[in-house]
Design a protein around this ligand. Sequence first.
Ligand code: NDP
Length: 247
Amino acid sequence: MNYSVSRAVVTGGARGLGAAVAERLARDGLSVALLDVNEEAARETAASIAQSTGSTVVGLRCDVTDRAQVTEALSHAADALGGLDTLIGNAGITRDRMFHKLSDDDWDQVLAVNLTGVFDCLRAAAPWLRTEGPGRVVLISSIVAKTGNLGQMNYIAAKAGVVGLVRSAAVELARFGTTVNGIRPGFIETPMTAAMPQEARDRLMTDNLLGRAGQPEDIAGGVAFLCSDDAAFVTGQLLDINGGAAL
Ligand code: NDP
């Protein structure tokens, strides 16, 4: 795949989907900064990807719920990469409970990471995305933003909000040649879903037309496409990568 962009920031990049995305972009020749709340894991993952791909990959501490850290981390990333033209908004958490049992903290934390954190990273990256374009933004939503689900009202509200961020940022950044798209993954095997009860995992893993669990690389392939020159005329769109679930 050919890319006009060359310097990417991936939030939540220390493990799971974020690590797979970082690895794919680095393998395709981009320089990558992994931002993660777990600084040690971010550095370790970055070092391992740098070694296996030969690309510049750095791991930086960034809790996306801390505005000062977001500003500082984006600035450090741009210093390390020589600017930036690509943002992958991936960091996310779940705190699942039926809505009448959700605590204030369950609501606040999930919205803080999965929606406000995405907005804050986007806003902090804006100076580069507006001047170093044409750039690329890919934000990770979820299949449940489309379907709804039991016990995930906080998460679903945030992920539906991400769809709004995709559409509005696409409108605002188009004049700079920067595209903004989202991905709505179905069930993907990562540390996040490994924490789910086995019964739910077994059901969700094969609840799609292809009859297998999604892998982080399935999402990384979609991100790579949306960042590539092949997607130069794609903006404001949501790509469903879910094996044909919930058709
Ligand atoms: P993981 O929990 O496996 O990885 C998420 C990464 O984000 C972890 O490294 C985690 O750090 C980090 N993180 C958590 N909170 C913050 C924060 N405040 N600031 C910065 N980094 C943070 O999740 P997945 O890889 O499965 O999910 C990635 C994204 O994909 C999420 O947005 C998720 O909602 C979305 N998604 C996942 C699906 C799936 O089936 N896996 C399906 C649909 C969407 P730490 O390890 O320290 O917590």
